[in-house]
Write a protein that binds this ligand. Sequence first.
Ligand SMILES: *Cc1c(COP(=O)(O)O)cnc(C)c1O
Length: 444
Amino acid sequence: MTSLPHVITEIPGPESQRLHAQRLDAVPQGFGVALPVFIDHATESALVDVDGNRLIDFASGIAVTSVGAANPRVRDRVAAQLDRFTHTCFMVTEYEGFVRVAEWLNAHVPGDFDKRTALFTTGAEAVENAVKIARSHTGRPGVLVVDEAYHGRSLLTMSMTAKHHPYKTSFGPFADEVVRVPNANPLRGQGAAYALSEIERTIDEHGADAFAALVVEPIQGEGGFVVPAPGFLAGLRRIADAHGIVLVVDEIQSGLGRTGALFASEYEGVAGDLTLTAKALGAGVPISAVTGRADIMNSAHVGGLGGTYAGNPLACEAALAVFDELESPGFLDGVRRMEQVIRERLQPLVDDLGPVADLRGRGAMMAIEFADPESLVPRPDLAQSVTSACHSAGVLTLTCGTHGNVIRLLPPLVIDPAALSAGLEILVEAIRSVTTADAREAAA
Ligand SMILES: *Cc1c(COP(=O)(O)O)cnc(C)c1O
């Protein structure tokens, strides 16, 4: 029973509303919020708010709490570390956890070569440092990024991010030397061959010595869970090799079991020269990593990399607990089974309902796109209405996509099957009723 949604007030409830009003007087409006509900505690499947409502978690704090937001292994390891010490700064004196996290990532990140791992704190910092390392290795300035990419909110990563609003509006001037190239987006008819030839053309235009790095998400996150057309990643690998460009695979959202493999790039048989992880790495205790070829990683000079909190000891212990979960028997099989369950429940909507244009993704990283059936004009209004209906019924879903017309599912990888099923039922119901009302309105 504890895995079913349990809604006893309006959403947000009175206590959440009271706290949200206080928040407005304390926190700038720049921090948006998907659902202004205040959380009291979590289970492996749900978030319980301060009014006692239990919301099925299809967000995982944006793919962070893959092992649950209150994982006992994470708690135990972090608590034990809390008793020893909270911080030394790895650049001042060292501690073992940092080394163990680096060793695990070196062993498990794709790529059959000698590796090194540098730990940081946020995803944006991992992206920034990958670019620093690639520039240091190549002696070149340029960074290639793809359409619909999301890489963060710092100056460089905001510049690398495609979507203007809300990430970039009024925040320029942006970092130089970032060049955007097409993505292989199958729904929009952009095949891998077209995108790859455009990328080759761009490299020719700028000169073969222009680019240090080519940065790509193997499945895009904020950009709309776009799974690139088959062959795209392998083509990028070939282009990077041909031009001496460092291929940086941003697995910050897609990595660490989310797609049913440890890394999404495994599905394409591609290994980045550098692979980035963050989000799920610390189960919410902030930590990120750049893992890659030893010679490239070692090209930055002594003292060139770091950060006060980089690879904080509490976060390292959290990451080691996450690794234990990921390696527990049958864990990734369970994620692939979730994909089957999600597809079985949602594919009929694509077949039956015009504006449900696409169901895509891998593992527990699945999305539904709403668009006009003929023109494919995005329908963010439908995604928004469905999301609101889900929230009211006790299921926390998120939207994404350049046009905000995609609903993404990011349940904890440890979600109780009954909670997954109950949440999907509510989502299906919401999509049917919103699209039916929309069709009636269009006919009227
Ligand atoms: C979230 C995300 C980032 C940025 O991570 P932060 O921890 O928010 O800085 C970068 N790349 C991808 C693919 C992401 O999903």
